[in-house]
Design a protein around this ligand. Structure first.
Ligand SMILES: NC(=O)c1ccc[n+]([C@@H]2O[C@H](COP(=O)([O-])OP(=O)(O)OC[C@H]3O[C@@H](n4cnc5c(N)ncnc54)[C@H](OP(=O)(O)O)[C@@H]3O)[C@@H](O)[C@H]2O)c1
Length: 225
């Protein structure tokens, strides 16, 4: 299993879950961040490099049955879409590909966002792009390419995140705005759990589940028994 963006908070949870499940793990992260993977020394293979570097990705995903990608829209040079494209092009045919992103990504335009969410996304997106540190539109483009690909993909759309102990596998729905997602809060450790479990869940192939913590009030009220 390859974890792309392994040194971040979500990435390290992905590596931990993967190792616990007995996967052989390859992690990709920026050269300067390799030290953040010290806890896994001797247990994973680290391929240092930018995640949109096609040669780095080709080397890292070679022979992997699954690739988990933390999609982040840093900078204004198409980092997210470059990363996604490299994974789509180089993962072996038939590999399970699981990508992370936020609720703001919509697969079919059927998501219903609160006014507050829309205003926050618009203002943050514009300011971040002006400051040239994040390009949210590029994460949208990255996901568009994934949705259109004929690979075995899943795009896991995260709610607001928090740290803390695991509460178990998050619940999911196809559309933001569905009552079960109202709690809008997921533990990072459980976001990672969902992504790793998705690898073996064929029911999630070609799905873009929006997830929420299983102990949020909305999940408790609306989850199927
Ligand atoms: N944060 C939220 O509330 C939230 C909500 C919903 C969904 N999500 C999704 O969850 C995923 C993880 O997000 P996160 O916020 O929790 O962050 P995170 O897990 O800490 O990961 C951040 C990633 O971005 C990389 N990074 C940081 N600065 C960078 C730069 N200048 N250039 C290139 N890479 C850089 C980090 O690599 P280094 O280790 O090398 O710095 C790390 O791999 C993302 O897909 C995000 O869309 C987040």
């Amino acid at each position: 299993m390859c974890v792309i963006g392994a040194s971040g908070k979500l990435g390290r949870h992905l590596v931990r879950h993967a190792l616990e499940r007995g996967y052989e793990v390859v992690g990709v992260c920026r050269e300067r961040s390799v030290g953040k993977l010290a806890e896994f020394e001797g247990r994973i293979t680290v391929v240092p490099g930018q995640t949109d570097d096609r040669a780095v990705i080709a080397r890292a995903v070679a022979g992997c049955d699954a690739v988990l990608t933390v999609l982040v829209p840093w900078g204004v040079h198409h980092y997210a879409s470059g990363t996604a494209q490299a994974v789509l092009d180089h993962a072996r045919p038939g590999a399970r590909l699981v990508f992370s992103c936020g609720w703001h990504i919509s697969r079919d335009g059927e998501d219903v966002y609160t006014r507050g969410f829309r205003i926050y996304a618009a203002v943050f997106g514009r300011l971040a792009r002006l400051a040239r540190f994040v390009d949210v539109d590029d994460q949208v483009e990255a996901c568009r390419r994934v949705f259109e690909s004929d690979t075995r993909w899943t795009v896991v759309r995260g709610s607001d995140l928090e740290d803390g102990e695991s509460q178990g596998l998050p619940v999911w729905s196809r559309h933001v705005g569905d009552p079960i997602l109202g709690g809008n809060r997921t533990r990072r450790v459980d976001y990672a759990l969902f992504m790793v479990e998705a690898v073996e869940d064929d029911g999630l192939v070609h799905e873009a589940p929006a997830i929420v913590g299983r102990l949020t009030p909305s999940a408790l009220a609306h989850a199927r028994p």
